[in-house]
Design a protein. Structure first.
Ligand code: FE2
Length: 301
């Protein structure tokens, strides 16, 4: 096939996929090619702009490491991550809503007891005592749920953003297993709103778009138990000024936590505390694996 032009090249490229045996993958490629070509046509993309786009993606890739996920951040800030999450997790009306995973999760967080741990590991900030109960959507407390927790510190930074960070010195990250009553309690510091990293390609993109890079304060939770749809969510700080303009579009009304401030005195764990502190309580309600989300995935099959 020769002498292709702007009117017939899309059809010619798609024709090359005729022998693909995987129909799902073939469909994804056909859609990708159609939309990519349509994008170039509809924008009247110039060669200079195409080159800038290639350079942008190349630099984005060069920015990525095991702990710096610039492509996830790009997906998050373009709303693609939350779109994919939303279309893959149609939940029961009372289930806790799914939100973006974000770029700061690190596997291998220390496994800590369900009650009494302090995950701050000397991170500065106002003490915050968290109590979480995990239930099914029918209200049954769920024991044995593995809960990953990760959050920024009081300055708005994750531990991995420290140049001296190593996986032997994690802070504000932990993995718990809920007790017989489906609960876990731990001590941490009150999180603060923070900017996503702006020293890479995503930062330049946000600046070009005249957008702020801020995320409202939150704690990330991931809850996993056999027979239930894994829940990846955040619990946000009520009243945060960025709740309605989260730069990664992740805020859900069902994910606002109850944070309360208390004077110095006795902490929820019964210990004396000489500084003011906060408490946060939340419930995480898990959908069964054969719930709305499971049924939908089966229908795609
Ligand atoms: Fe976060």
């Amino acid at each position: 096939m020769r002498n292709l032009n702007e009117d017939n090249i899309t059809e010619a490229v798609i024709a090359r996929l005729a022998d693909m045996p995987d129909n799902r993958l073939k469909g994804i490629f056909i859609n990708l090619i159609q939309h990519l070509h349509a994008f170039a046509r509809e924008t009247g993309l110039t060669e200079e702009e195409w080159k800038k786009g290639i350079d942008f993606l190349t630099e984005t890739g060069h920015r990525c490491t095991d702990i710096r996920h610039e492509f996830i951040l790009l997906s998050d800030t373009l709303g693609l991550s939350q779109l994919v999450v939303a279309q893959n997790h149609q939940r029961s009306s009372n289930a806790t809503e799914q939100t973006v995973f974000g770029p700061f999760y690190i596997p291998g967080a220390p496994v800590l007891p369900a009650h009494g741990a302090d995950i701050a590991n000397d991170a500065a900030g106002e003490p915050c005592f968290v109590s979480t109960t995990v239930k099914s959507t029918t209200g049954e407390p769920l024991a044995g749920v593995t809960i990953d927790v990760w959050q920024a510190d009081a300055e708005g930074y994750y531990d991995v953003q420290d140049p001296d960070w190593s996986d032997e010195n994690m802070s504000l990250r932990a993995r718990f297993v809920t007790d017989e009553s489906g609960t876990l309690t731990f001590r941490t510091v009150k999180p603060r709103h923070y900017p996503v990293p702006t020293d890479g390609t995503v930062g330049r993109m946000l600046e070009a778009m005249h957008r702020h890079p801020m995320r409202p304060a939150h704690i990330h939770f991931m809850a996993q138990k056999d027979g239930y749809d894994t829940l990846i969510t955040h619990i946000f700080l009520d009243g945060d000024p960025y709740l309605d303009s989260d730069t990664v579009f992740g805020v859900r009304s069902t994910c606002i936590g109850q944070f309360s401030q208390h004077p110095a005195g006795t902490a929820p764990d019964g210990t004396g505390i000489t500084v003011p502190f906060h408490t946060m309580t939340c419930e995480l309600l898990l959908d069964p694996a054969n719930g709305p989300n499971g049924a939908r995935l089966a229908s795609i099959g």
